[in-house]
Ligand binder design. Structure first.
Ligand SMILES: *[C@@H]1O[C@H](CO)[C@@H](O)[C@H](O)[C@H]1NC(C)=O
Ligand SMILES: *[C@@H]1O[C@H](CO)[C@@H](O)[C@H](O)[C@H]1NC(C)=O
Ligand SMILES: *[C@@H]1O[C@H](CO)[C@@H](O)[C@H](O)[C@H]1NC(C)=O
Ligand SMILES: *[C@@H]1O[C@H](CO)[C@@H](O)[C@H](O)[C@H]1NC(C)=O
Ligand SMILES: *[C@@H]1O[C@H](CO)[C@@H](O)[C@H](O)[C@H]1NC(C)=O
Ligand SMILES: *[C@@H]1O[C@H](CO)[C@@H](O)[C@H](O)[C@H]1NC(C)=O
Ligand SMILES: *[C@@H]1O[C@H](CO)[C@@H](O)[C@H](O)[C@H]1NC(C)=O
Ligand SMILES: [Zn+2]
Length: 441
């Protein structure tokens, strides 16, 4: 009895290891699409690395489909790539499928079970930096378009794959420059599809608005002196910044209550505030004349910038005199893309998900993507990554994507791109901004 109970479990474990990992390797290693993602992950595109190898990778893939890759460089070392898949009616507005080439840093020493730039498959999962964020998505776009082409299906609208160099560090050299360029204007984009994130639930979050990012440095200046001097707290730099922090924490606690009562898919209702850098002081025995606080703030999407700025500056300046604020970023509020059937692009996406049996969850995330700049430029944008039932490991150690999740995602994009690029002329307005709505009114 004892043996009987133990053996099957042990045997099962053994068989799993032997049969299934062999089978996995056999199936997956012989799948050229999986191999392509592995190859892309192997290119170390940590932001600011030479993107030459990634450019070459995409140039080859474009060439294999008889397509030209355009490379635009607005800032040295930061190429923006565009691959055009021509539609049958180039007079219609186009569909832009955006992704970014760069990834956040990763090193084996951080605790990875496999080297982060190896793209190795283990237990049915492709491991590596960028497997979720977002090299998988770039390959999925490409494979979906390739399959549509192989089926001899002509799409009505031009489809552009765009690949950005610096999403992870603020998109200043990539998307933001590109949106102001004549090249972007010439593309006549009617809709942009961008990234979302993995969720460990059987739903597909579709992001239709992003929060504005404000980052500030508060500098408090006060009476300096010998470490033994004794000035009123409120006259010292530290005392003033303490008052700033107290006011800001009070505001933060109020916002945190709103956060607690918000639905999981709605980060639009609260303003997040985080004090991320505290700096100042030069020696143990010197009272500093300058102390700095650096804040990262993500605005609730309903507040007007001018109103919020006034509120923020009141909180800070009321903490004492000789306090200054420097804005590192003060993004304008970005409109929301209409997330219902009155927007044909929304319908195209949700129909594709429905076909796959995946429920769509409209959502406003706590962070933000390139899509907010696209919406600001007057183009409706939605963000998603078809990574359902997948723990969110964006920027994390041991980032992975299930091989089957990756492959199913291609099926999803095949339907989604087909729907988007075949929206008839009469069904989508020639003015894309009608699918955007300002939420601060
Ligand atoms: C599967 O492939 C990986 C590398 O791709 C290798 O490390 C592993 O040993 C292989 N597993 C089996 C059971 O062949
Ligand atoms: C990837 O690039 C980063 C940034 O240049 C570098 O620090 C890191 O060592 C590289 N990793 C590998 C495995 O080459
Ligand atoms: C697509 O068209 C080509 C050329 O006309 C033909 O050889 C091929 O069989 C077609 N493929 C499909 C899937 O219909
Ligand atoms: C504020 O700054 C001014 C000019 O630097 C200085 O004269 C004044 O003493 C400072 N006040 C305090 C309270 O530090
Ligand atoms: C959150 O999801 C629910 C259910 O799908 C939906 O009704 C609601 O509008 C979503 N919230 C946001 C902010 O999109
Ligand atoms: C110090 O300044 C803060 C903020 O202006 C104020 O609330 C507090 O009463 C002051 N403390 C003293 C002792 O003056
Ligand atoms: C769609 O959403 C917009 C903006 O949120 C709203 O004005 C409109 O009434 C909605 N239309 C439908 C059909 O639900
Ligand atoms: Zn990303």
């Amino acid at each position: 009895m004892f043996r009987f109970k133990i053996w099957p479990a042990a045997l099962c474990f053994y068989l799993n290891v032997i049969i299934f990992s062999k089978a996995d390797n056999f199936t997956y290693d012989s799948n050229p699409t999986v191999a392509l993602l592995q190859k892309y992950i192997q290119i170390n595109t940590t932001t600011y690395n030479d993107l030459g190898p990634a450019v070459k990778f995409w140039k080859n893939l474009a060439a294999e489909e008889g397509l030209k890759l355009k490379k635009y460089v607005y800032v040295k070392g930061m190429p923006v790539l565009v691959i055009k898949w021509p539609g049958s009616d180039p007079t219609l507005s186009s569909i832009m499928l955006n992704s970014h080439m760069d990834v956040v840093p990763a090193a084996l020493e951080d605790g990875w079970i496999i080297p982060p730039f190896s793209g190795q498959i283990s237990d049915g999962k492709i491991y590596g930096r960028g497997s979720q964020d977002m090299k998988s998505v770039s390959i999925q776009y490409y494979e979906a378009l390739k399959r549509i082409k192989e089926k001899n299906i002509t799409l009505l609208r031009n489809v552009y794959m765009t690949l950005m160099p610096d999403e992870e560090v603020g998109t200043v050299a990539g998307m933001q420059k590109f949106l102001q360029s004549k090249e972007f204007k010439a593309m006549n984009v009617g809709f942009e599809l961008d990234e979302g994130g993995a969720v460990n639930l059987p739903v597909l979050p579709v992001l239709y608005q992003d929060k504005a990012v404000w980052q500030i440095i508060v500098e408090c200046r006060g009476t300096a002196g010998h470490g033994s001097s004794f000035q009123p707290t409120n006259s010292t730099a530290v005392g003033k910044c303490y008052n700033v922090a107290t006011n800001m924490f009070q505001y933060r606690d109020e916002q945190y209550q709103i956060f607690l009562s918000s639905p999981a898919n709605d980060s639009s209702l609260y303003t997040s505030v985080n004090l991320n850098i505290l700096s100042g002081g030069s020696a143990n025995n010197v009272v500093p004349n300058l102390v700095r606080l650096t804040y990262d703030i993500r605005l609730n999407t309903r507040v007007k910038e001018s109103d919020f700025q006034q509120q923020l500056e009141n909180l800070i300046y009321s903490a004492g005199d000789n306090i200054t604020i420097t804005y590192i970023s003060r993004n304008p509020q970005s409109p929301a893309t209409i997330a219902n059937s009155s927007n044909p692009y929304w319908t195209a996406i949700s129909d594709a998900a429905k076909d796959m049996g995946i429920p769509v969850l409209p959502a406003i995330p706590s962070g933000s993507t390139d899509a907010r700049h696209v919406r600001l430029a007057g183009v409706p944008a939605l963000g998603l990554s078809p990574q359902i039932n997948t723990p969110a490991l964006l920027h994390a150690v041991n980032e992975y994507l299930g091989v089957n999740t990756f492959l199913n995602g291609i099926n999803f994009y095949e339907k989604a791109i087909y729907n988007l690029a075949n929206i008839p002329a009469g069904q989508a307005s020639t003015n894309p901004s009608v699918y955007l709505t300002d939420t601060t009114n």
